[in-house]
Design a protein around this ligand. Structure first.
Ligand code: PLP
Length: 406
């Protein structure tokens, strides 16, 4: 009889956001008069920049003409986009990344979720706790996580707690880790990492011949001068790191889908080039991203595109400021929200994350994400996102202030 991949059976039955949606649905049915304000899921609300839309319209026209129609494109992305990325995101910032080191894809979720394909199942994985769940769940699927122990997590995964005590920055683990996932600015805590701190990770990886999987999906939100926009700004990183970037939060592409992964050619382990391995994996399992979407992504780097993107990011950062300052004024502990669209708050009065979720929904109609959904160390915390409209953000904070202020 057919055998299924038993690793999938180890996964918890439903995804965090499904549980939240079910709870909100139930609440709405019981209280149809309450206007719900969603500040839970990390999805954008501002429309695509005009420069992107115009470029996509033009590309769609080309696809409708015999002379300019295009079929399958290069699996790793069209040269026009790979060059625009290399030039604007790296070379202009003094980082020597070449277009051949860039792999265009449909999302950082797919890439961070699939990168494990090129690594052996026996590697030890380290993740921050709390963490973007994709890193953990995909390693469970691959058989790299061991067994789940209630209250202690997966037996073979090394957890690096990120708490108030360490400023939500992970400490170098005592045990050996081969594959280390880092995400800065961080989801869910909203904190960024400085150059000096990141250098420690690069040095650790070089010493141990480990790989850093650096998720920079929120790079565009960095406002702090001391924070690197890319791990490749750090000396030696080209020998020990892979970087993931996305147009999702940067330019409103969550529904349009485009991202890229940077794998330097210097990444050689045991004589094997990771750039070549990933190229082989991608060309076997995917046929690239649509031409229309790649033209849209290219337009993000046009003068008009850059200006529009900046406006959108500033809009969200202003929301984050409203949330963080509003919460702090109301007496809550709140973190992040300066280099990130996420504000990480402490649930008051020793409430658990889910208890606070229920209370907040009941009292204010505001939906956030329970921190415990991101890992054991997320318990007692709660994530609010800045992706709603300014009006709704202000309304939400006003309701929270009125309901909770002493
Ligand atoms: N990485 C992190 C840390 C995220 O929070 C998200 C989305 O919320 C993603 C990756 C997914 O990005 P994409 O839309 O490019 O798949």
């Amino acid at each position: 009889m057919l055998k299924v991949n038993e690793n999938f059976m180890k996964l918890p039955p439903s995804y965090l956001f499904v549980d939240i949606a079910n709870k909100v649905d139930q609440f709405s049915k019981q209280h149809p008069e309450v206007e719900i304000i969603r500040m839970g899921i990390g999805d954008v609300t501002r429309p695509l920049p005009k420069a992107v839309v115009t470029a996509m319209q033009k590309a769609a026209e080309e696809m409708g003409n015999m002379e300019t129609f295009r079929g399958y494109g290069p699996e790793a992305g069209y040269e026009f986009l790979r060059s625009a990325i290399a030039e604007n995101d790296y070379q202009k910032r003094g980082v020597a990344i070449d277009k051949d080191e860039i792999f265009v894809s449909d999302g950082a979720k797919s890439d961070t979720g699939s990168i494990g394909d090129i690594f052996d199942v026996d590697n030890v994985v380290a993740v921050c706790d709390p963490v973007y769940p994709v890193y953990v769940d995909t390693n469970v699927m691959a058989g790299r996580a061991g067994e789940y122990r209630e209250g202690a997590g997966w037996s073979k995964i090394v957890y690096m707690p990120c708490s108030r005590e360490n400023g939500f920055l992970p400490r170098i683990p005592n045990e050996r880790a081969d594959i280390i996932y880092l995400c800065f600015p961080n989801n869910p805590s909203g904190v960024g990492i400085g150059r000096k701190e990141l250098q420690k990770w690069v040095d650790y990886a070089l010493r141990n011949q480990s790989i850093l999987l650096y998720d920079a999906a929120y790079e565009a939100f960095i406002t702090d001068e001391d924070m690197p926009h890319s791990i490749f700004e750090i000396e030696g990183a080209e020998k020990c790191a892979i970087e993931f970037r996305s147009f999702s939060k940067t330019a409103g592409f969550t529904g349009t889908r485009c991202a890229f992964t940077v794998i330097p050619k210097e990444l050689i382990f045991n004589g094997v080039s990771l750039n070549k391995l990933w190229g082989r994996r991608q060309s076997t399992k995917m046929n690239g991203v649509s031409y229309v979407v790649q033209r849209g992504a290219e337009a993000v780097y046009s003068e008009e595109g850059k200006r529009e993107v900046r406006e959108n990011i500033e809009y969200y950062l202003n929301n984050a400021k409203i949330i963080k300052e509003g919460l702090q004024k109301a007496g809550f502990e709140a973190y992040g929200g300066v280099n990130s669209p996420y504000v990480w708050m402490k649930a008051p009065n020793g409430l658990s994350s889910w208890e606070f979720f229920d209370l907040l929904l009941e009292k204010t109609g505001v939906v956030g994400t329970p921190g415990s959904g991101f890992g054991i160390s997320g318990e007692g915390f709660f994530r609010l996102t800045a992706f709603n409209t300014r009006e709704n953000t202000e309304k939400a904070i006003e309701r929270i202030t009125q309901s909770f202020q002493a």
